[in-house]
Design a protein around this ligand. Sequence first.
Ligand SMILES: [Fe+2]
Length: 334
Amino acid sequence: MKNVHSCDIQPLPGARFGGVVDVSDGVAFVAAVEADPGQLPQALYDADGFLLLKGLSSISDDPELLIRLSRPFGDEVEDYATASNRQNLLHPASSHIIRISNMPPMNFAPPEQPDPPRTEDGALPVQFPHRRGWHTDQSFRRPPPDISLFYAHQPAPRDQGQTLYADGVGAYEALPDDLRAQVEDLLALHVAPFKGYGEDAVMVGDPPQELNERDGPQPQPVVRTHPVTGRKALYLCEREQIDWRNGPFVGMEPGVTGGGRDLLYRLMEHFTQPAFTYAHHWDQGDVVIYDNRCTIHSATWFDADTVDRVMWRTTVWGNPGPYYDGEARSWEVA
Ligand SMILES: [Fe+2]
């Protein structure tokens, strides 16, 4: 078994991808990461873009630890004060951290339960379209971000508020030949959620809101080659983070009933089948590090009337791959 900063990396239980590390002393672990900053990113790449660190509760007392843990993953830990539309999410200790929470002032409502809320065998629904909300972070910007770190400061009870992850490399490699041929050079149109461009808004005829440079829409390749591992991965969102007015795909029939819709549904159903997914049940002090270039994820319901959930997130930028070489940032308009 491999080792990272004197901790064993174990395979992620219940998944065919990912790794888990038990950390006994969070402060010492972060110091060890800084002393040899190449190790933890390499461990992430070796684990197919998903790493769970357990036992980092000390981040709650010192939020800077989460930022220090993020820095080895890229050139820039996003400063949400300058780049986000949602200033109410900023952590009071640092604008490099956002708080995803149902509590004020964030007021981030959890998604509804799937219908029905469980599968026939009583499991948490994971596969699209029974499960909705699959996305990769900020795909409506070009170039998109590399990696997110998600910390459970105050998670929901374990049977609520899970986060689901899917492995884009495994899903790509298992694509049927006809689908692979269709997506190899295909672009999808990604847009910021809840702006009237999502599938539901278009279906019921809601008018689109005005978009700014932070919102997209932006085309992104459906197949991305990872700049470090060289492996190809599916890269796609659905529902709210796809432009259903002009997309889902560039050069295909647009809208919620056309040929583009049929292809997106087929791809997402394939991408999120149990063989490529993992459902994370959060414990306080967990950090999940996920590579947005080769994984997607989806939030699940919790009872916001009785549960106050507070998660912290950082986002790391800087290595989207040669496909984006020389591009100005789409959200920075001179
Ligand atoms: Fe996300």
